[in-house]
Design a protein around this ligand. Structure first.
Ligand code: AKG
Ligand code: FE2
Length: 202
């Protein structure tokens, strides 16, 4: 795994048990055709999100797919669940085979350009349980996945997520670290991110 530091004056070793990065998880062709298919066929929506006490529009489009037609509360959002498509199921099986972890849902993010983003957060909803394993597939534009220690923001890293890559987030990552996809002034093509999760019923 290659990590670039934000602040070259300080050096922190990032604990490898929290992240697993596979750069060429999908072939270039596979990744490109999947990206095109998802952009065209997913019922993308800009949703409302609770930020402190206010409801704001998320600065990206999202969609939720999963095992049945229940809708889950995730971080106070009420997503209605779409049924698995053959493309998403086949990616899910490929990740399960590689990692040995099972997933029952996937949250899709569509970053239309550099203006779209996800703010610093942890995926710590109780539906995910303790120390969740989240599998994140990236398609399209290379965006930086930034992460920082919750109690020491200077302990901060950036990982450029390549087209067709797989990032596994695990261990205490969602407990002790925050992550984000920052906005950029650089002209950017669209990017799609798929985060496979195991949601429990509460
Ligand atoms: O787009 C990404 O790589 C990260 C998305 C994310 O953090 C999330 O959906 O919780
Ligand atoms: Fe996240």
């Amino acid at each position: 795994m290659q990590l670039s530091l934000f602040d070259s004056g300080d050096y922190y070793q990032f604990p490898a048990e929290l992240l697993d990065y596979t750069e060429h998880f999908l072939s270039e062709d596979k990744a490109t055709s999947l990206e095109k298919k998802l952009i065209e066929s997913v019922p993308w929506k800009q949703r409302m999100q609770k930020m402190y006490d206010k409801e704001v529009l998320t600065p990206r489009l999202t969609a939720w797919y999963g095992d049945d037609d229940k809708s889950y509360h995730l971080g106070g959002n009420n997503f209605s669940v779409n049924a698995w498509t053959p493309e998403l199921l086949s990616i899910k099986y490929k990740i399960e085979k590689l990692t040995g972890h099972k997933f029952n849902s996937v949250l899709l993010n569509f970053y239309r350009d550099g203006n779209d983003s996800v703010a610093w957060h942890r995926d710590k909803e109780s539906e995910l349980g303790n120390r969740p394993v989240i599998a994140s597939v990236s398609l399209g534009e290379i965006r930086n996945f930034d992460f920082r220690k919750k109690d020491n923001h200077r302990n901060k890293y950036s990982l450029p997520l390549q087209h067709g890559s797989l990032l596994i987030m695990k261990g205490d990552l969602q407990t002790n670290w925050e992550h984000r996809i920052a906005k950029s002034n650089r002209p950017m093509r669209p990017r799609i991110n798929l985060t496979f999760r195991q949601i429990r019923e509460l």
